[in-house]
Design a binder for this molecule. Structure first.
Ligand code: IPD
Ligand code: CA
Length: 261
């Protein structure tokens, strides 16, 4: 049984998802004007965050807020905050690629306790609560059972636009690719992590990532039986900006490779 908080999160994600799907249908018509499409997507993104904020803050006015578009706001309750990415996979959305998601996490005392990642284009709703397992729609999730790197697929995000993490990521790729069944760069960190939880990807790592991209995914992977740590193990996974996730069998070997970079 989902808690009241998880139900609030699901309602907000579905409502924002409906608005985004409507806008996604429009995007293709706008591709003639690249700038027009960019502005349109930015408005769609902001509108989705507005909808989520209205739902979540309406239901839980004392909780703090961290949203990709509207930034941070402290709440009266300093122990709880929402971490929200209204549209993860913005570049895919802009290009008419149906691979993007709404990501909502609830943190309590510095720990993620509830998570929703909703992919409206495929009608896939991933959810988790601490101690209660992870689900895709109504089906319980389990990370993959693959034991060797060479049979495993890993997802990542490659920085773009002159990002400072590019050289390290290229070194990761050079070391990892010959030892695995492949690396995927699909453009949504939230879905990358949801797919690790679902056993579709065997692992995920990324440098230069923000708390709202990964907060929900962290709980999903853990509740599906996987491991998640910051690349720098001394840091917290949510705030470190650099993360590794994998099934329990692969985690140590995979983490060793990434940490050597
Ligand atoms: C991005 C996506 C991408 C990841 C980037 C993120 P956005 O989020 O999650 O997969 O590689 O680091 O910024 O901009 O589409 O919300
Ligand atoms: Ca994002």
């Amino acid at each position: 049984m989902a808690s009241a908080n998880l139900n609030i999160m699901i309602k907000a994600a579905r409502k924002a998802g409906r608005s985004l799907v409507k806008d996604f249908r429009e995007v293709e018509n706008l591709q003639v004007s690249v700038k027009g499409a960019g502005d349109f997507v930015s408005r769609a993104d902001h509108e989705a965050e507005r909808i989520i904020k209205e739902e979540l803050r309406g239901a839980r006015p004392t909780y703090g807020w961290v949203g990709e578009e509207t930034g941070s706001e402290a709440g009266e309750d300093p122990t709880r905050r929402w971490l929200v990415d209204p549209l993860d996979g913005t570049t895919n959305f802009l290009h008419g690629l149906p691979h993007w998601a709404v990501s909502i996490a609830l943190e309590h005392k510095r720990e993620i306790v509830a998570a929703v990642i909703f992919d409206p284009a495929k009608d896939e709703l991933f959810s988790a609560e601490k101690g209660d397992g992870a689900f895709l729609n109504d089906t319980r999730l389990r990370v993959s059972g693959r034991r060797t790197m060479i049979e495993s697929i890993f997802a990542t995000g490659v920085p773009f636009g002159g990002a400072r993490d590019l050289p390290a990521t290229l070194r990761d790729l050079a070391r990892l690719m010959p030892q695995t069944a492949g690396v995927r760069r699909w453009g949504s960190a939230a879905l990358d992590m949801a797919y690790v939880a679902a056993g579709r990807f065997d692992g995920y790592w990324e440098r230069g990532i923000k708390p709202w991209d990964i907060a929900a995914g962290i709980l999903l992977v853990k509740e599906a039986g996987g491991f998640v740590e910051a690349i720098d193990p001394a840091q917290s996974a949510v705030d470190s900006g650099a993360l590794i996730a994998a099934n329990a069998q692969l985690f140590d070997g995979f983490a060793r490779l990434i940490r050597e970079t």
